[in-house]
Every structure is written in structure tokens, then in C-alpha cells.
Design a protein around this ligand. Structure first.
Ligand code: C5P
Length: 399
């Protein structure tokens, strides 16, 4: 593969040399591009020797004024390592003041970003906001490791191992169209159960995990039907969005779309209770105490478990405690092939958050923890496991 290696100006720039060497060893063609600051830390000659190509450094020293366009077109993937706080900010803003920035804007393929910086710079809201912009753009962020940093502090900020970065690059290229031919039926978001024409019961689900799954499935070539409760998210590209409001509507749409589905994922936080007979008029406020008698909503996942046929069925378990036993219990009781367990109610993962940390309970008996990452990254790892699970179940059934 033809890879652009963008090198930012941080102390970790020397590790980019190891990355270049690993990529060359794996028969990739590597074009190194260094920022001005990177050249303060390490000589272009190092990369020229490792890659066997002239290193691109200066926007104005190149042979043709439009060279960045042809270089962008010739290459299949861009990896930026180390990505400093400054470089991440410039990429997020789309600043084209140097060769790397210009090339980045002209490049249309997948981008992998491996940050490295001081822990406070990493944790700064400005850096995190810029990273989120890059994530939203679909770039793969290789989270920095925690440990001793060159500045003398300890914490997250150390450039990920070159092996980890290579793995991320492979994921970015391998995953391409591996869900082609699959029809994924997804539910996402909360449901709203009306109490009268203006009031309802709902929950804190933002729909972000389900939408990330829809986006990942579509990007990997699946046909996706996304049945979504009320959320504040744009419809993912290439996905058929079916908006619903209540659990009953969600159930109706799920079974209306079940026939062609090969994979069913129930990421929605369906309300468990509803009012069976909703008053036609707004209930008047009085000084008296009032109580509501609620009935259970239909358990869509349990019903799917009974009617799944040979489809893969994946449920979610949002818990505030006993995550693994609860996920396993749901796997059995609802006849799922996988249950994605996530702890909710904590500060920065789960509901509403852009990040998540989950554990996958599989029908094969395995339990796989997925460390904290963006919901989009978690979505890709879930599909990696769904595909593995399909192979394992096929093998077990003697196919
Ligand atoms: O048992 P619990 O409701 O916690 O299970 C959560 C899983 O069940 C989720 O996948 C959710 O989408 C699904 N569910 C459902 N219908 C309900 C309640 C939950 O499909 N009424």
C-alpha cells in the first residue's frame, strides 16, 4: 500500500522512524512528510534512508506548485505520527500553511492520527475538542499510552507503540467492505412513552452508540435500516432511517423490517414501562399527590430471540453494576448471540458521552472487554467480533 507518513514536531518524532521501518518491512511504500518543527527534532535524512524516497518538507521547495495534489491522489492512506497538539489543531481547522497541512486537505483517503504530547496538553479541552472534530470526520485516532513522559510527568500522552499504530493502519484498510451482502437492522436512541398529549417518560440515551454502529456498518458495505427513537443526531450517510417514538412503534417497525435482515442489533434504550391508556387531553395540575399505573412495554429483544432464525442477534445491557453477570444473563434469557454490556451512570462513558467502554458477552462463552474508546471505534470492534462470531458459529454447526 502507498502510505503518507506525516511527522509532527514532538520528542516522539524519533519513534516515527521505527514506524517507517515497520511499514517498509511489511512491503508498504512510505512517503515521509515532515513539518518544520519535526525537522528540529530529527533529520529528514533518517526518513529518506529508511523509506528510500526524498522527504517532503517545504511547501515552496517542491518542483511543481500542484505536487501536493498528485501526491494526495497517488497514496491510499495517511498516517500522522506523532500528531502534536498544534498539528491536531491545524488539521482540525484545515490550515494549509505547510506541506503536510496542504496535503491533508487534498487527501481523500482514510487518515490515522497517533497523538503524542504532555499529559496536560492532551487533557486540555481544546485538544480534546480538536480530536473530536477529527473523529467526527471519520479519522481513526490511535490513543496515546499512559506512562512516563519526556516532560517528567506521568499520564496519558506517550505515542502509542509503532506496532499498535501499524495495527490501526491495517484495521483501517482491512475493514473496508467486509460487511458487503449483510443487511443490518439496528435500533437506537430512547423511546418516549406519552403520559398525555404533552408529557412523556423517557431516558438519557443519546442514540450515539447506535448511530455509530449504523455509520460503521454502512462504511463497511452493509445495507442498514436504522430504527431510531427521538434523538438529536443527523442521519448517518447511506443509512435508511426509520424514525419512531414509542416502544410499540419501534416493535412494529422492527418486525416490518426483519425479513431481509442478517444481523439485528438492539442498541436502543427502550422504555420498560408505558401508560396503556393515554388521556386525550392534558392532565390538569392539582395540589393532590398523583400516581401513575404503568404497564410493561413489549420486550422487543426477547421476541426477536424467539423469531431470529439463523440471524445474528445482538442486544445491549446498560447496567449500573454487575455488568458481566447481567450481560450473560441477558444473553441466555433473550437468546442473543452477543450482548454488549456497558456501565452507565458514570461520568464520561455510556449514555450521552462520545466515548464508551464495553464488555462483549458472546454465545461461544467468551467475554471480551473493549477498552475505552470513541463510540465509532467501539462500533468497528463490535462488528469485527460479530464477523468472528459468525465464523465460530458456522464452524460449530459443521458448515
Ligand atoms: O432487559 P433489558 O431491557 O435491560 O435489556 C436491554 C436490551 O433489551 C437492549 O438491547 C434493548 O434494546 C432491549 N429491549 C427491548 N425491548 C424492551 C426493553 C429492552 O428490545 N422493551
Amino acid at each position: 500500500m502507498k502510505i503518507i507518513l506525516g511527522i509532527g514536531g514532538g520528542i516522539a518524532a524519533y519513534k516515527a522512524a521505527e514506524l517507517a521501518r515497520l511499514l517498509m518491512q511489511q512491503d508498504h511504500q512510505v512517503q515521509a512528510v515532515m513539518t518544520g518543527a519535526a525537522q528540529e527534532f530529527i533529520q529528514p535524512l533518517t526518513f529518506a534512508a529508511l523509506t528510500g524516497r526524498k522527504v517532503l518538507t517545504d511547501l515552496f521547495a517542491i518542483e511543481s506548485a500542484i505536487e501536493h495534489i498528485s501526491i494526495a491522489q497517488e497514496h491510499e492512506l495517511m498516517v500522522v505520527a506523532p500528531a502534536t497538539a498544534d498539528l491536531i489543531g491545524r488539521l482540525a481547522l484545515g490550515l494549509a500553511g505547510d506541506f503536510l497541512g496542504t496535503l491533508y486537505l487534498a487527501f481523500t483517503g482514510p487518515v490515522v492520527v497517533a497523538p503524542a504530547m504532555n499529559v496536560n496538553m492532551w487533557q486540555h479541552p481544546a485538544t480534546q475538542a480538536n480530536l473530536e472534530t477529527l473523529r467526527q470526520r471519520g479519522h481513526r485516532i490511535v490513543e496515546p499510552d499512559s506512562g512516563y513522559l519526556a516532560c517528567g510527568m506521568t499520564g496519558p500522552g506517550r505515542l502509542a507503540d509503532p506496532e499498535t499504530i501499524v495495527e490501526a493502519i491495517l484495521l483501517e484498510t482491512r475493514k473496508r467492505r467486509d460487511l458487503e451482502g449483510e443487511v443490518v437492522l439496528l435500533t437506537a436512541g430512547p423511546t418516549q412513552e406519552p403520559l398525555d398529549p404533552v408529557r412523556y417518560i423517557s431516558n438519557r440515551s443519546s442514540g450515539k452508540m447506535g448511530y455509530a454502529l449504523a455509520e460503521a456498518a454502512a462504511a463497511r458495505g452493509a445495507q442498514v435500516n436504522l430504527i431510531s427513537g427521538p434523538v438529536h443526531l443527523p442521519a448517518p450517510r447511506g443509512v435508511e432511517l426509520i424514525p419512531v417514538r414509542t416502544a410499540a412503534e419501534m416493535r412494529e417497525q422492527v418486525f416490518a423490517h426483519l425479513a431481509p435482515a442478517t444481523i439485528v442489533i438492539k442498541a436502543a434504550a427502550v422504555a420498560d414501562f408505558h401508560l396503556s391508556h393515554v388521556p386525550a387531553q392534558k392532565v390538569k395540575k392539582t395540589a393532590a399527590r398523583m400516581s401513575l399505573e404503568l404497564d410493561p412495554t413489549p420486550d422487543i429483544l426477547a421476541e426477536l430471540g424467539r423469531k431470529k432464525g439463523d440471524r445474528l442477534l445482538i442486544g445491549f445491557a446498560a447496567e449500573t453494576q454487575n455488568l458481566v453477570p447481567e450481560a450473560r444473563r441477558k444473553l441466555e434469557s433473550k437468546n442473543c448471540d452477543m450482548v454488549v454490556g456497558n456501565l452507565v451512570g458514570g461520568a464520561d462513558v455510556g449514555f450521552e458521552s462520545d466515548r464508551n467502554e464495553v464488555v462483549l458477552a458472546l454465545r461461544t462463552g467468551e467475554t471480551i472487554p473493549l477498552p475505552r474508546a470513541s463510540k465509532r471505534e467501539i462500533a468497528d470492534r463490535i462488528f469485527d467480533q460479530v464477523l468472528k462470531l459468525r465464523l465460530a458459529l458456522h464452524a460449530a454447526n459443521g458448515h
